[in-house]
Design a protein around this ligand. Structure first.
Ligand SMILES: *Cc1c(COP(=O)(O)O)cnc(C)c1O
Length: 380
């Protein structure tokens, strides 16, 4: 097992077979409760599905293996996974989080911090000096990062951030939804916790909402997070867990295809007369490209954004003229999506009004480029 490549482990779902039937796909366990032994013990190790569900075992062990972590936990959504980390903090603790990050989580942090008595500083994670001066050694318990970061795809240097966090006695948690374990291993770079919206690339088929955390060490902080899942009950359903495992088995070919296609689309769009700028970590002149080249292996992800010439109206009209790409939120599915992001994030957003966010799927690259080009032309 140890010498197998991650792509092999993923494709075979760890190579597990059902002992009873020799089935290569796991059975679907729907039971909410488990039988107690006659002497009042629970030798199966399970008693109730909110605490522990056999449907979690295979996807959790597989994800922990892909992220090279000690343990993984599935949650009802990416937000349930992320908020479980913050809810493991105590009143009085201090957190440093990115200025530009997944919008719903940023909003929640700002509100939660107030009611929970947690102090938060939002810092520019690309400016290590700014992060350093935001730290309050002894009081800062968590540094949150997201790389590439929604929706501008800012790159954060995970290894450098891990050093700053460790020196101050804080944990570093990284939202690695967009990078995926195929191209980045945050734990190897020094992070303590990796978070995924498993709704996105891990599942990959836009048919479940799910989240996950992976830890480097099974320590006290992790025990709090695990207890939070049991007690707050943000668990994933059995069927969703089963679908997630099925999705993860094709993670590598999906992500590799999306990365290769995104790189070509980004390059083609830099030459389009109606595109003001292309935001993609794989472009050599993108700020952060050098860090991305160091910490992302085999590709720069399937997400990019276009700043459309002509402003907000032209951007929205371009999205309206699209035929193959689907106009929808979310990302990381096999079908390509386009979204006018500022409309979603509301008036306080740092997102430019002329930005279109593109999630590249696994369709033919030439079809995707031709469709984008005709939509841009139609809108101008
Ligand atoms: C979607 C997303 C989330 C939230 O996950 P849900 O599964 O929608 O709750 C968090 N971070 C990033 C980067 C995302 O794309």
């Amino acid at each position: 097992m140890d010498d197998m490549k991650p792509a092999t482990i993923a494709a075979q779902g760890l190579g597990w077979v059902d002992e009873k039937t020799r089935a290569v796909a796991p059975p679907l366990h729907l039971s909410s409760t488990f039988l107690r032994d006659e002497d009042n013990q629970y030798r199966s190790g399970r008693n109730y599905a909110r605490a522990d569900n056999p449907a979690f075992d295979q996807p959790e062990v597989l994800l922990a293996a892909l992220e090279k972590g000690a343990d993984a936990l599935l949650f009802a959504s990416g937000m349930a996974a992320a908020t479980a980390v913050f809810q493991a903090l105590a009143p009085g603790d201090h957190v440093v989080a990115p200025k530009v990050m997944y919008w719903s989580l940023r909003n929640w942090i700002a509100g939660f911090a107030d009611t929970w008595g947690i102090a938060v500083d939002f810092a520019d994670m690309g400016d290590l000096n700014a992060v350093h001066s935001a730290m309050q050694p002894g009081r800062t318990k968590l540094v949150w990062a997201e790389t590439p970061g929604n929706p501008m795809w800012n790159i954060t240097d995970i290894a450098a951030l891990a050093q700053i966090a460790r020196a101050a006695g804080a944990k570093l948690a990284v939202d690695s939804t967009v990078a995926t374990p195929v191209i980045t291993q945050p734990l190897e770079l020094g992070a303590d916790i990796v978070m995924h919206s498993a709704t996105k690339y891990l599942n990959g088929h836009s048919d479940i909402v799910a989240g996950a955390l992976v830890t480097r060490a099974d320590d006290e902080f992790w025990a709090k997070i695990r207890n939070n899942r049991i007690q707050l009950g943000g668990i994933l359903g059995s069927f969703e867990s089963w679908l997630l495992l099925r999705g993860m088995r094709t993670l590598f070919p999906r992500v590799k295809t999306a990365c290769a296609s995104a790189q070509k689309i980004a390059t083609a769009m830099t030459k389009h007369p109606h595109v003001r700028a292309v935001l993609y970590p794989g472009l050599p002149d993108f700020p952060g490209h050098e860090i991305a080249a160091r910490q992302m292996k085999g590709g720069f992800g399937g997400m990019l954004s276009l700043l459309v010439a002509g402003g907000e109206r032209a951007a929205i009209t371009t999205a309206a003229e699209i035929r193959i790409w689907k106009r929808a939120t979310s990302l990381g599915g096999v079908e390509s999506l386009v979204e006018h992001r500022a409309s979603v994030e509301g008036p306080d957003t740092p997102c430019p009004p002329d930005l279109l966010r593109l999630s590249v799927g696994i369709e033919d690259t030439d079809d995707l480029i031709a469709d984008l080009s005709q939509a841009l032309d139609e809108a101008h």
